[in-house]
Write a protein that binds this ligand. Structure first.
Ligand code: TTP
Length: 192
């Protein structure tokens, strides 16, 4: 277990982020405050995850003395469209159809907030899905119900295992937390 000089708080409801932060050796508590996850329409797509991530951290600024608050946000960018979480099965189907046989980007941003100071880093992974049959997309949506996932898929689930041919970048960035970046950014807080 890694010992930090300040308590670490993961401000996220995502079970994947909780699992990844635990598996990378950190002890932490979870505290989530409601946040507005909208973003300006003219914001460049690659900057959206960082913007939302800072919104998630902003609500903790006054409560960050002597603590490390960690927030994250993941968006999928396909054909110049930003894909968040699908509202229903029809939208999930449309997202997966859009990504089938093509390359898309997954951007995950993390913000580290301590003593009122924020630092945000964005990491991008490029993912290539082979051509997916309609029946495969429907089967996946029915089995895994990916409504809590940006872009309507989990790289760690059936469709990721069977449909993704290539990834450039970190698998964990796609899953929702660029662990390699979080680890480096938390290093200055390690207790000797
Ligand atoms: C693309 C992709 C996303 N995801 C998940 C990671 C995130 O949980 C989710 C993206 O939604 P987010 O809005 O980034 O996060 P969240 O609402 O789940 O949690 P919170 O805002 O409280 O931190 O999609 C996967 O699990 N696998 C994948 O392959």
């Amino acid at each position: 277990m890694i010992n930090l000089r300040k308590p670490l708080i993961l401000a996220s409801n995502s079970p994947r982020r909780k699992q990844l932060l635990t598996d990378s050796g950190f002890a932490f508590t979870i505290d989530v405050k409601p946040t507005d996850e909208s973003f300006p329409a003219d914001l460049p797509a690659k900057d959206v995850a960082a913007y939302i991530c800072e919104q998630k951290a902003a609500v903790f600024v006054d409560d960050s003395m002597g603590k490390i608050i960690l927030t994250a946000d993941t968006v999928v960018i396909a054909e110049n469209r930003i894909l968040g979480k699908p509202a229903d099965a029809a939208e999930a189907f449309e997202m997966l159809r859009l990504m089938s046989g093509k390359t898309h980007d997954v951007v995950t941003a993390v913000t580290i907030l301590t003593d009122g100071q924020m630092e945000t880093i964005s990491d991008t992974a490029t993912v290539y899905f082979r051509e997916l049959a309609d029946s495969e997309i429907s089967y996946y949506i029915e089995q895994c119900k990916p409504f809590d996932k940006a872009g309507a898929y989990g790289v760690q689930e059936w469709i990721g295992m069977t449909g993704i041919e290539r990834i450039e970048g970190s698998f964990y960035t796609i899953m929702g937390l660029p662990v390699h970046i979080v680890y480096q950014k938390l290093k200055p807080f390690f207790r000797d």
